[in-house]
Design a protein around this ligand. Structure first.
Ligand code: GBH
Length: 500
């Protein structure tokens, strides 16, 4: 037993991936509605119009969470449901607010702790059209602040807030590769607009400022009375040197994590971007004004960690191309000696390697002085899962092993390395709309039968979670007894004193 008795575990989802009902109750369109409508952007030509139909099935989803024994649930709010046009001078939509308020009430009623993500990539489309969305610092950060305040005020019972999910993905996938909404890239075969060498760094900067503004609002106007906590969720993969003997590969391993995680975490914990990024990107990386440093530095009550996979890292020589975002290196599945990082999945980028999770937990904890961590996503797809008949898909032993290995690696990091993890949310409660991959890639512990009215069938992995965490979380009585026990050395001394 190595996880603390107050450890929270559960599942995560995101609004656009599960809700459907995109034109119900006054919801305005988001950039994902617009993006999905462009032919060729989504692998199976699909969209989130129906998804898992979760907007209409909140009771059913909560019953499922309860059945699986979940202690917490992370979901995101669709901004354009609560402010259909998104802006601070635009009308608010009470029906949207009431929906999420009720959902939180129902979760709490079921004994499940809500974690709310304010922004999981689905910007109101009107803001993109009005002023360029995430690219516009003044407008975007003011509108996000306004939206955040509205949600803090409307849902006082929620005690765990996440400002942004994976800003890396919004910036790189949305403004460099162009594979996510709004699809900007320098590649004119893919998009008429975009500057892959500049826009991602501007977007990343603006997200940090928006995060800082929302945190300030929460801390000044709500935290004193509501008593909750707020942080950001960052994605990052683990790294191993391609050639363990080559110092340049070892250095590139750190640089890879800096370009993925420290891009956001360094400003939040230290007040500035990593030196490695400044060195490579020069003036293309924005600089923080004093006022911005004051907003961003120290703005995490906890670190939200999304983690899935690992890579071997090989450094590159010479000057990187202007649109490079990795840090002048290659990410590989095989090392110099032919070792493979892990088995294939349905996702080209994902290969299980649980030791990497433990390594990265340590890397983060050392760099940022052992912050409180919530693992806000961790999970896997399975190669060919969508081709399996239902009965076989439910026997997802590969996913069971993934969760077993990753959760044990995390528990070891807590027990033996002193890492401060307080919660874990598996991705995902349901098979759902996997962004540019559409519905072909499944990440759920619950099978969703899209051909039969989105019926839900828990897979083996869904049922495995409770026993897995029960075996690792200390019982409160045991923990209290342990804490009350004097340390062994002291006990010995006391025994000697008693003898004398
Ligand atoms: C998460 O992102 C999302 O938060 C969630 O919505 C999604 O459904 C889930 O994971 C599963 O995909 O080789 O440079 O292209 C995943 C994190 C980070 C994974 C970037 C893909 C690509 C790295 N992503 N990564 S690259």
């Amino acid at each position: 037993m190595s996880l603390p008795s107050d450890f929270l575990w559960g599942f995560a989802t995101a609004a656009y991936q599960i809700e459907g009902s995109t034109d119900v109750d006054g919801r305005g369109p988001s950039i994902w509605d617009t993006f999905c409508a462009i032919p060729g952007k989504i692998a199976d030509g699909s969209s989130g119009v129906v998804a898992c139909d979760s907007y209409k099935r909140t009771k059913e989803d909560i019953a499922l969470l309860k059945e699986l024994g979940a202690k917490c649930y992370r979901f995101s709010i669709s901004w354009s449901r609560v402010i259909p046009l998104g802006g601070r001078n635009d009308p608010i939509n009470q029906a949207g607010i009431d929906h999420y308020r009720q959902f939180v009430d129902d979760l709490l009623e079921a004994g499940i702790t809500p974690f709310i993500t304010l922004f999981h990539w689905d910007l109101p489309d009107a803001l993109d059209k009005r002023y360029g969305g995430l690219l516009n610092k003044e407008e975007f950060t003011a509108d996000f602040e306004n939206y955040a305040r509205l949600m803090f005020k409307s849902i006082p019972k929620c005690k765990h807030w996440i400002t942004f999910n994976e800003p890396w993905c919004s910036a790189i996938n949305g403004y460099n590769l162009g594979i996510f909404a709004p699809g900007h890239t320098s590649d004119r075969n893919k998009s008429p607009v975009g500057d892959s060498a500049r826009e991602p760094w501007i977007v990343g900067h603006n997200i940090l400022i928006a995060h800082g503004k929302a945190v300030k609002v929460y801390r000044e106007e709500f935290k004193p009375t509501q008593g909750g906590e707020i942080g950001i969720t960052l994605n990052g993969d683990a790294t191993y040197p391609w050639d363990p003997e080559d110092p340049a590969d070892i250095e590139a391993c750190d640089r890879k994590i800096e370009f993925a995680i420290s891009w956001f975490a360094d400003p939040i914990y230290f007040g500035d971007y990593p030196a490695s990024m400044r060195k490579q990107l020069g003036e293309r990386l924005p600089t923080f004004t004093e006022e911005e440093v004051a907003l961003v530095k120290g703005s995490n009550d906890f670190y939200g960690m999304n983690h899935y996979t690992a890579n071997y890292i090989k450094h590159r020589k010479g000057t990187p191309p202007e649109d490079d975002f990795l840090g002048n290196l290659e990410t590989l599945f095989y090392d110099k000696n032919g070792n493979c990082i892990g088995p294939e999945t349905q996702s080209f980028w994902l290969r299980p390697n649980a030791q990497g999770f433990r390594n990265l937990l340590n890397w983060l904890s050392k760099r940022y002085n052992y912050p409180k961590i919530y693992v806000t996503e961790n999970g896997t797809s399975l190669k060919g899962e969508s081709d399996l008949p239902l009965e076989q898909a439910l026997e997802d032993d590969f996913r069971c092993k993934y969760f077993h290995d990753y959760v044990h690696a995390m528990a070891k990091a807590v027990e033996e390395d002193g890492v401060n993890v307080k919660g874990y949310m598996a991705w995902s409660l349901l098979d759902n709309f996997e962004w540019a991959d559409g519905y072909v890639t499944r990440f759920g512990v619950t099978y969703v039968d899209y051909k039969d009215n989105c019926k839900r069938y828990p897979k083996k992995s869904a049922r495995q979670m409770k026993p897995l965490f029960d075996s690792l979380i200390k019982k409160a009585e045991v923990e209290a007894a342990e804490a009350a026990k004097p340390a062994p050395a002291v006990a010995e001394e006391q025994a000697e004193e008693a003898d004398a």
